[in-house]
Design a protein around this ligand. Structure first.
Ligand SMILES: C[S@@+](CC[C@H](N)C(=O)[O-])C[C@H]1O[C@@H](n2cnc3c(N)ncnc32)[C@H](O)[C@@H]1O
Length: 206
């Protein structure tokens, strides 16, 4: 029996609140499937998506506390019980706390583009992160990507072409309907938005 996971508030957690093994059913107080949003910003997608899908549990990871607080406040105003905000760095969180085949989906929307050539290695959508996600997303689960940045989208496509853990699928309306904070601004500015979605398949070879 695990000890109770106690956050700063019922919906907000920092690294010091987490322990291993990290029990997702204990975190959400139910057995519903769990999705992850990486770099959730001010929580616009997370809050709207969770409000309309009470049967989905969502962990919204964001390393900037001032952004995260905005999402926490929105979730409180909506009285949402199916969302948990984590003020953590996502790679560390995944590696240390999220067990294999425990996520139904991951959402990565408008990750920092790091546009300068020298900075590109800081982009989070790299094969290493996709591999980590492939190990943690259940077979048949989904990975959703969005960006306004054509060069980053090209990189995303190149990374996804390198792997065989995920196959391309259409982005379901259940997901595309919900926009992020950055997305609303980019759409208002008339910028094109690139979407890509994938389904976890069984690994063909070890
Ligand atoms: C450009 S913003 C997009 C925010 C939101 N997804 C949106 O579309 O409105 C990217 C966010 O990812 C967060 N982020 C970047 N790297 C991260 C990491 N390694 N772990 C957690 N959050 C990260 C940043 O702090 C930033 O808030």
């Amino acid at each position: 029996m695990s000890e109770n996971i106690v956050g700063v508030t019922p919906e907000f957690f920092i690294l010091a609140d987490l322990y291993k093994p990290f029990d997702l059913a204990e975190l959400f107080k139910n057995e519903n499937s769990v999705e992850l949003e990486i770099g959730a910003g001010r929580g616009d997608f997370a809050v709207e998506y969770c409000a309309d899908h009470p049967d989905v549990n969502l962990i919204a990871v964001e390393r900037k506390l001032n952004y995260l607080k905005r999402g926490i406040n929105k979730a409180k105003q909506r009285d949402l019980s199916n969302i948990r905000f984590m003020n953590v760095e996502v790679q560390h969180f995944l590696e240390e706390y999220i067990e294999r085949e425990s996520l139904q989906a991951a959402h990565i929307y408008f990750p920092d583009p790091w546009p300068k050539k020298k900075q590109k290695k800081r982009r989070i959508v790299q094969l290493q992160l996709i591999k980590m996600l492939s190990e943690r997303i259940v077979s048949g689960g989904h990975l959703h990507l969005r960006t306004d940045h054509a060069d980053y989208f090209e990189q995303m496509m190149a990374v996804m072409a390198e792997q065989d853990w995920f196959e391309v699928v259409e982005t379901p309306e259940k997901v595309s309907r919900y926009k992020t904070g950055f997305e609303r601004r980019f759409v208002a500015d008339g910028l094109p938005i690139f979407y890509a979605s994938y389904r976890r398949v069984s690994v063909k070879s070890a």
